[in-house]
Write a protein that binds this ligand. Structure first.
Ligand code: B12
Ligand code: SF4
Length: 464
């Protein structure tokens, strides 16, 4: 079979994008190729990001099966792609997969006749089974043998159980980057993504990635170091480990760092990290092995909010985490949710004071985007959140206005607070001596609370 993977993006303005090879496709390409299928790929942002541009190429591409991934934000465009394929040749099946549609598979087929199949979760094995079933012109019974497949069986929508998550991740091999025209990505960015794990040990109630990963699984240190060497040979000079939390298994994180050092790999890298994983010895090993920055989702500095979303950490621990990262001489990228459950203008002012004190290298301020598969999406009331349009991901309205709001702040309030947070953070006077003097008593309170974390004493109330 000739399988075409198309990568959608949420914006039509490629100049504003971060563009990296979609590795999910490259992992599936590895297993499809092994099984004798041919795989081709179109990264739509490089093609003007329009379904018309794809439609114009379909006669040349001649796919037998078209696969489309999406996140919630690119689902609208994924559907446009599916419609373009349908318009070109209604006989060519379209399969969807990825971290968004895995949670709305039945809904997707009910609402969109341009999609024929959805494969749930990891699809390295199931895409091969689907390709074989389709090559053999399998009927319903044949399709029902494919794990994690959602399809129409003539009477309704049927779903088969997904296979258990693969625990020996190395078995999938390295993603086959020969699928991509790497020069385009290299022209765009010298840093590339490497995945070394799937899933996350935490279960934050706003996060669907952790559920999409189902359980935390880790590649071995050797496998990771081999892939680092491979991407360096391809010309990339920096790496982002895109795992939910690179250091969720501290022993493995240190083993990777030791392997990098042993091989003398001289590649700067950065990774995501849960706040609770910022152990001094791990940070030190990371720094010694070439890490230059860590990304930490702080989300909120309100005790109640962190507890409500099951962040598994506390404000004082977050403060301590920031101190540890900075003292390990790593840059800190701290990310916050604006309009989180319980947020008010006062809590957001306190957040900005926290940012002043902590002084991260980079800060990002994101709005809450309740995603299918999360408790926040299913039970927004529990969080004091309202989602006016449950199908927000079927439009691009979210680009204009946050898709939800809380009891204290309207969507417009949240939007203007996001701008305000960025404006303040980028203002040269953000950390002026006057501001820092004003915050001196608050700093003392944070320091005291963080000191108790270090001594493993119970946490007391922290400053707002
Ligand atoms: C690298 C990365 C990016 C890169 C590259 C994206 C790309 N082109 O692949 C960049 C920086 C460009 C990016 C951008 C964005 N990203 Co991003 N990204 C990631 C990250 C860190 C790794 C993706 C990856 O390679 N995973 C590894 C592979 C193996 O897993 P996978 O992609 O899920 O694929 C497997 C299965 O899902 C399935 N599958 C996937 N696609 C398909 C398609 C078919 C047809 C089939 C059958 C199966 C299938 O099979 C694959 C193999 O098992 C993930 C986090 C994560 N843990 O995955 C976030 C993540 C996917 N991104 C996310 C988001 C929100 C975004 C942005 C919206 C951020 C923003 N605000 O701008 C944009 C959207 C860009 C767009 N496409 O429109 C969210 C999506 C959440 C959701 N439920 O929708 C994630 C999960 C991060 C998070 N925790 O919130 N991202
Ligand atoms: S720690 Fe991060 S990746 Fe893990 S569940 Fe929470 S938000 Fe998701």
């Amino acid at each position: 079979m000739r399988v075409l993977f198309v990568n959608p993006h949420y914006t039509h303005d490629p100049r504003t994008l971060l563009l990296h090879p979609p590795l999910g496709y490259a992992y599936m390409a590895r297993s499809l190729n092994r099984a004798g299928h041919e795989v081709i790929h179109v990264d739509l942002p490089f093609e003007g990001n329009s379904p018309e541009a794809l439609a114009a190429r379909l006669d040349d591409l001649r796919p037998d099966l078209v696969g489309v991934t999406s996140v919630a934000q690119s689902y609208f465009h994924a559907l446009e792609i599916a419609q373009a394929v349908r318009g070109w040749n209604p006989g060519v099946p379209v399969v969807f997969g990825g971290p968004h549609v895995s949670f709305i598979a039945t809904e997707c087929l009910e609402r969109h006749s341009c999609v024929d199949y959805v494969l749930l979760f990891d699809a390295e094995d199931s895409i091969v089974c689907l390709a074989e079933a389709l090559s053999a012109r399998a009927t319903t019974d044949g399709l029902a043998k494919v794990s994690g497949l959602v399809f129409r069986d003539g009477t309704g929508i049927r779903a088969t159980a997904p296979a258990p998550p693969e625990m020996v991740l190395d078995r999938y091999g390295h993603p086959d980057r020969s699928l991509f025209d790497l020069r385009r990505y290299l022209d765009y960015d010298y840093e590339t993504v490497v995945m070394t794990a799937r899933g996350c040990p935490s279960r934050c109630t706003f996060c669907s990635t952790t559920i999409a990963g189902r359980t935390a699984r880790w590649n071995t240190a050797h496998h990771v170091a081999d892939e680092m060497e491979a991407v360096a040979e391809m010309g990339f000079s920096s790496i982002f480990f895109g795992d939910d939390t690179f250091s969720g298994d501290p022993r493995r994180a240190v083993a990777i760092c030791e392997e990098i050092t042993r091989r003398g790999l001289n590649i700067p890298w950065t990774s995501n990290m849960r706040a609770q994983d910022a152990r001094p010895h791990v940070l030190e090993a990371m720094r010694a092995a070439g890490a230059y920055r860590v990304f930490v989702g702080f989300e909120s500095i309100q005790e109640q909010t962190l507890r409500l979303v099951r962040k598994g950490t506390s404000p004082a621990r977050l403060y301590k985490t920031a101190q540890r990262i900075m003292s390990a001489e790593l840059e800190l990228h701290a990310s916050f949710i604006v309009g989180a459950p319980g947020d008010t203008p006062e809590t957001l002012s306190a957040t900005m004071d926290f940012v002043r004190l902590v002084n991260p290298t980079v800060a990002t301020f994101n709005v809450m985007e309740p995603r299918p598969g999360t408790d926040v999406f299913v039970n927004p009331g529990r969080y004091g959140i309202t989602i006016p349009d449950r199908y927000w991901y079927e439009t691009t309205d979210w680009l204009e206005l946050p898709v939800c709001h809380n009891d204290a702040m309207s969507a417009e309030d949240i939007r203007s607070w996001v701008s305000r947070c960025y404006d303040e953070f980028c203002d040269p006077d953000f950390r002026s001596l006057t501001e820092l003097d004003r915050l001196e008593p608050v700093r003392r309170q944070w320091d005291e609370a963080a000191e108790k974390v270090q001594r493993h004493l119970p946490l007391t109330a922290v400053p707002r």
